[in-house]
Design a binder for this molecule. Sequence first.
Ligand code: SAM
Length: 222
Amino acid sequence: EAYDKFDEVDNWICDSLVPQDAGLESTLKTHGGSVLDPINVHPNQGKLLYLLAKMNNAKRILEVGTLGGYSAIWLAKALPSGGKVITLELDPKSAAVAESNIKNAGFEDKVEVRVGPALETLEKMSKGGEEKFDLVFIDADKENNPGYFKRALEFSRAGTLIVVDNVVRRGRVVDAGSEDPNVLGIRKLFEMFKNEKRVETTAIQTVGGKGWDGLAFALVVE
Ligand code: SAM
């Protein structure tokens, strides 16, 4: 019965603790129209990403799943001068909106949007000898989470934090018989987390303006 308060409490948290600047506000307004679904992180989650990036002194951040650049802008806000967010997006229309939002927010020097299927972009980055990242945020098609995590590990050093969004999906993730590729992608990711010696991991359920979902965290330790 508390469910009807998720939204109200989230709004209160955001009003109390997450003031947004004009760049973020106008970016939010580009979601929910004809190009972008409103599937960006909620403002308090964006602020969480920003705080995690600061806690990790992140200078180089990789994001998989740009949409309109909302989370990328939050991440960019945490960067020192010379810092960089590289964000990967499949859909050229979303990428174009993201680039315009990023420019409008004043981060065109810090955020680079790379268009194409992220697994292919990551392979190119691997071949090109991409430098390591301090933080990786995975928030694209969930069925490819295992592949994204593998590449994230490749681009990590001890201390890199890997964050994965939408790992609970209103509880559907515990349905062991599920054939939903998104659920399968998350369950496989958790198996990889469990068996991978290079990471220490946890996940938490989240409720709020985006319903019931969850975030997973993998800290690279070696
Ligand atoms: N991180 C964004 C934010 O919070 O503002 C939201 C990202 S949205 C949940 C997921 C995005 O991943 C969509 O824009 C979608 O087009 C993109 N996507 C889906 N499949 C992809 C793929 N194979 N490669 C790259 N991006 C993909």
